[in-house]
Design a protein. Structure first.
Ligand code: 26M
Length: 822
């Protein structure tokens, strides 16, 4: 039933056109004649946001009235990507809006390109959070995403002379039409200072935290619309502001500029996203960011809980809180503080509630990514939380002592405090102790957690450990980004696959239908033409859609081994130069990804890719058979063009290092074949698509373990492998650096003398496998069959499946269908 239809709710072409002009005039304040593309985008965005509101408010009203158990996904990052296209898809109004916009004389794609994407994340972890909140809403599960409204998201990357240069990402420059500021639900967050004990009227002892300063947290809400359901959840991101009280006291002392200065300092808290992934530095501001958004979010949940007429003692029955890695792990101590100090709850009761509320997802096995805070820093910022952590630790270690009597080294290993040298608070330990469930993000990763990184915790509480393999949302990563494929698939098997991805298996028989294969290939070709246009626009390099598009896009990291792909490129180049061009399949190597600004080796890897590209792309002997491009500023928006246009997906991390990977899933869904190692979710992708449709190479995680244990000597491999030696020597002798033998020396020396990520050990296997890839690609029909089967068998990798598992096994939450309110 149409609830009430007016300029702000109508989804007819006429209604949408009216709404567009209305916002152009009343929101943008422009006549159509003088409005620009940016104004048109804003007008359309407001028209679309209006159409989310009926569902959004209805969802909030229903959730308030019936108080269902609600998920709170706590994440320091939400890498949302542009909202507009996704909202059009999920609202089911994409085609109508496209038509309305056309009738106005505009092109929807051009309008979509106007949106500055909210890049509030680094990579996989932040993007996973975005896919998960899409799937939560689609599953009609009441949920909040809680995070930080960074003013500057992940930096904007340009390439100058082959080097990465970072610029700030001013994503809020033109305002954010998708958010609503909720000043009325602002909260206060304390920082620093000291604690003191006091007695209440009944003579009971309590602790009071006298902070050095307070900051205000202001929520900014965006609607998260489920796909073709009424449920619309809230992404609530917190912005730090100066508290009124703080300003005022300064002002009264006559120090106006001092007050303004403090205001600026407070606001610095949510200024910028830390652009590191997988390595941590113990920066004070980062700890403040983490505590700030955690405290805001927990206070918010307690407010909602009380507003629904309930007491804190039922909190765990109404909220399931997921910790997205350890970044929000301070929540364990903060909930204890709120229950004990603010709600006067006894310790044991508070601890029961806390451990029944939290669950923790680990995303990494890399030791350098494990968060630990120097004790003195921690104490200076969060004195009360340190006391609480000491108490948690004392009780926990007592349990350990009883379970493993006499095992003192185990106590030291498990302690929440690292006392082996300088003292640290171990955040993963806090997360493990405070959670009822701990999960890894792919089968192998979850196994390695139990055997290695969290072994002692597994031995303490084996029942806490489980696996939830990651997934990605097919709405953004197929329907929105690959409309051509979506049309073909839906015409062939209906539309059920969009919310039930395993239905893609109905495509399998069509792999044997030559007309279907032709359509499939034509779609890939058209997507490659689009991708080639993007590459030309962004790099100036013309690439041919008739070449194989061989793609490696992800954060730049030594463990992800982008430089192994470079060794392959140089191998092919070297073969070509020695007159073997007849065997060379035309390939375009497409790289993209950001390096952490302080990660020198990763930045050098980018320079190497570009240096090799410069030589290869411009060498006439190559006859355009090989092209190497580095697409600058790889982000969600570019991903939407890259995954659909890829022939080959490179997933070449050292086995045992990539927790899961999620790009691998986006490629497979869109019909790319994978060349990959036995790492993360690659293993499960290969299980699904079957070995014969997957290009496997490299040592397994357990072989890697053995190689390292028996004293790995990479130089020995270099000495005996002539082709590898020629390749490394080309880099070493300055062939790609105009004779400069210094610039790439750190990479070469590292490979020959240390090679911690076993590039040389996996080199020959990789090259041989790539030769098989080339031979297979030449058999266009075989490739098309394999491509169809990859997509048809990717159903497991929908985030809908991941969310269903979390909901059933971890959160114990259910769907709550929403009725539209008049
Ligand atoms: C930590 C401290 C200070 C500053 C930044 C960080 C930090 C930020 C992001 C550390 C790690 C971060 O992300 C890690 C990440 O993205 N991990 C990836 O998670 C994906 C989703 O589970 C997996 O698919 C990838 O394999 C894993 O690398």
């Amino acid at each position: 039933p149409v609830i009430f239809e007016d300029d702000r709710t109508s989804v007819t072409t006429e209604g949408l056109k009216r709404a567009f002009y209305d916002h152009l005039f009343y929101t943008q304040g422009k006549f159509p004649e003088i409005a620009g593309l940016g104004d048109y985008y804003q007008a359309l965005a407001h028209a679309v946001r209006d159409r989310t509101l009926q569902r959004w408010i209805s969802s909030v009203a229903d959730h308030t009235a019936t108080a269902p158990k609600t998920v709170a996904y706590l994440s320091a990052e939400f890498l949302m990507g542009p909202h507009m296209g996704n909202n059009l898809i999920n609202l089911g109004i994409y085609d109508t809006v496209k038509k309305a916009v056309q009738e106005i004389g505009l092109d929807l794609n051009e309008l979509l390109r106007q949106e500055e994407e909210p890049g509030l994340g680094n990579g996989g972890l932040g993007r996973l959070a975005a896919c998960f909140i899409d799937s939560l809403a689609t599953a009609e599960i009441p949920a909040f995403g809680y995070g930080i409204r960074y003013e500057y998201g992940i930096f904007y990357q340009t390439i100058m002379d082959g080097w990465q240069v970072e610029n700030t990402d001013k994503w809020l420059r033109h305002g954010n039409p998708w958010e609503i500021q909720r000043a009325e639900w602002a909260v206060e967050v304390k920082l620093g200072g000291h604690t003191e004990q006091y007695q209440d009227d009944l003579g009971r002892l309590h602790v009071r935290w006298a902070p050095e300063k307070t900051v205000a947290g202001v929520p900014f809400d965006s609607p998260i619309v489920g796909y073709k359901v009424t449920t619309t959840n809230t992404l609530r991101l917190w912005r730090a502001e100066a508290t009124e009280a703080f300003d005022f006291s300064q002002f009264n002392r006559g120090d106006y500029l001092g007050a303004v200065d403090k205001k600026v300092t407070s606001e610095n808290l949510t200024k910028a996203l830390y652009p590191n992934d997988e390595t941590v530095q113990g920066k004070e501001l980062r700890l403040e960011q983490q505590y700030f958004f955690v405290s805001c979010s927990l206070q918010d949940m307690l407010r909602i809980h009380k507003a629904r007429g309930m007491e804190p003692d039922t909190f765990d029955q109404k909220f399931a809180i997921q910790l997205n890695d350890t970044h929000p792990a301070i929540a364990v101590a903060e909930l204890m503080r709120l229950l004990i100090d603010d709600n006067m709850m006894p310790w044991d009761q508070a601890w029961g509630i806390t451990t029944r509320t939290f669950s923790y997802t680990n995303h990494t096995l890399l030791p350098e990514a494990l968060e630990r805070w120097p004790l003195d820093l921690f104490k200076r910022i969060l004195p009360r939380h340190l006391e609480i952590i000491y108490e948690i630790n004392a009780r926990f270690l007592n349990d350990v002592r009883i379970k493993f009597l006499g095992d003192d080294s185990r106590l030291a290993r498990l302690s929440l405090i690292d006392e082996s040298g300088e003292r640290y608070v171990r955040m993963a330990h806090l997360a493990c102790v405070g959670s009822h469930t701990i999960n890894g993000v792919a089968e192998l990763h979850s196994e390695l957690l139990k055997q290695d990184v969290l072994k002692d915790f597994y031995e303490m509480w084996p029942e806490k450990f489980t696996n939830v393999t990651n997934g990605v949302t097919p709405r953004r990563w197929m329907v929105l980004s690959n409309p051509r494929l979506t049309k073909l698939v839906s015409e062939t098997i209906g539309e059920g696959w969009i919310t039930d991805l395993p239905q893609l298996s109905k495509l399998e028989p069509h792999a044997e239908d030559s007309a279907f294969r032709d359509s499939w290939r034509a779609i890939k070709r058209a997507n490659k033409v689009d991708l080639a246009a993007l590459i030309l626009r962004r790099t100036g390099v013309a690439v041919s859609p008739d070449s194989m598009f061989d793609v490696l896009v992800k954060r730049i990291h030594e463990y992800k081994r982008q430089h192994l792909a470079v060794l392959h490129i140089i191998t092919l180049y070297h073969r070509l130069k020695s007159g073997r061009s007849a065997y060379t399949l035309p390939r375009t190597f497409i790289f993209g990804g950001k390096a952490a600004p302080g990660y020198t080796m990763a930045k050098l890897m980018i320079k190497l890719i570009n240096a090799v590209g410069d030589v290869v792309n411009n060498d006439r002997d190559v006859h355009d058979l090989l092209k190497v491009v580095f697409l600058p500023n790889f982000n969600v928006t570019y991903g939407q063009c890259v995954y659909p246009g890829a022939d080959l997906s490179e997933q070449i991390s050292l086995a045992g290092k990539e927790a899961s990977g999620t790009g691998n899933m986006k490629f497979a869904m869109n019909g790319a074949l994978t060349i990959g190692t036995m790492d993360g979710a690659n293993i499960e992708i290969r299980d699904q698509v079957k070995a014969e449709n997957f290009f496997l190479f490299g040592h397994t995680a357990s072989e890697v373990h053995d190689i390292k244990a028996s004293g790995y000597r990479p130089r020995d491999i270099y000495e005996v492998n002539a082709e590898l030696r020629a390749v490394v020597d080309l880099i070493q002798t300055g062939f790609f650096s105009r004779g400069d033998t210094d610039v790439f020396k750190p990479i070469v020396d590292n490979l020959l003398d240390h090679d911690p990520y076993l590039l040389l050990a996996d080199y020959q296997s990789y090259i041989d496998c790539q030769d098989v890839v080339s031979d297979t690609y030449r058999e266009a029909d075989t490739w098309a069959r394999m491509s169809i089967l990859n997509s048809a068998r990717s159903g497991k990798f929908s985030s809908d499946r991941s969310i269903a598992e979390y909901a059933k096994n971890i959160w114990k939450v259910e769907a709550v269908p929403i009725t539209l309110k008049p």
